[in-house]
Design a protein around this ligand. Structure first.
Ligand code: ADP
Length: 162
């Protein structure tokens, strides 16, 4: 049986930390769905379509990746799509409690669904979309945080005019 997994997230915007996890998942599994969450609690900086477009551009060298917008319960979506596992990156102990709760609730809602955690790369431990937004808004250099091919588009939206 072919293995199909999902890497869910907000990706607002995509960072090199996300790409690291997606690339590693693409080497381990036959098909990787990158699920871009539509229903963010707060207004995102990039629309769902923009976040999908940036991810498509940043993953175009990987041929077993599919980028989709998604809404509602992950437990239902994975069942509909025949996805057997959620793959997530763990940055620090601080991520753990929330992720553990999510994994247990997803298991409760869909007992066939596993959650797998990849240890984040030490290069990207500090990196999150919100840090990228903060640095860009204050005029800092984000070139080592985001994929080069989408750097300018991200900066255009987030950066100061200086
Ligand atoms: P954030 O907004 O914090 O960057 P997302 O919700 O977009 O996070 O993250 C989607 C997935 O990517 C999550 O599984 C998260 O743990 C993982 N991830 C985010 N940043 C990193 C990173 N720097 N290293 C490894 N995994 C990461």
């Amino acid at each position: 049986m072919k293995t199909k997994v999902i890497c869910p997230g907000s990706f607002d915007p995509v960072t090199l930390g996300h790409i690291d996890i997606i690339t590693r998942a693409s080497k381990m599994f036959d098909h990787v769905v990158v699920g871009v969450l539509n229903n963010l609690a707060k207004t995102p900086s990039f629309s769902t379509e923009e976040r999908i477009e940036l991810l498509r551009e940043a993953t175009r060298d990987l041929d077993n990746i599919e980028i989709v917008g998604f809404d509602g319960l992950l437990a239902d979506y994975t069942r509909q799509r025949g996805i057997t596992a959620i793959v997530k990156g763990l940055r620090a102990v601080s991520d753990f409690e929330y992720e553990f709760q999510q994994a247990l609730i997803n298991k409760k809602l869909n007992s066939d669904l596993e959650t797998l955690f990849l240890t984040c790369s030490s290069d990207y431990m500090y990196l999150s979309s919100s840090i990228v937004k903060q640095v860009a808004a204050l005029g800092g250099d984000i070139s080592s945080f985001v994929p080069a091919c989408v750097h300018d588009r991200i900066l255009e939206r987030l950066g100061t005019s200086k």
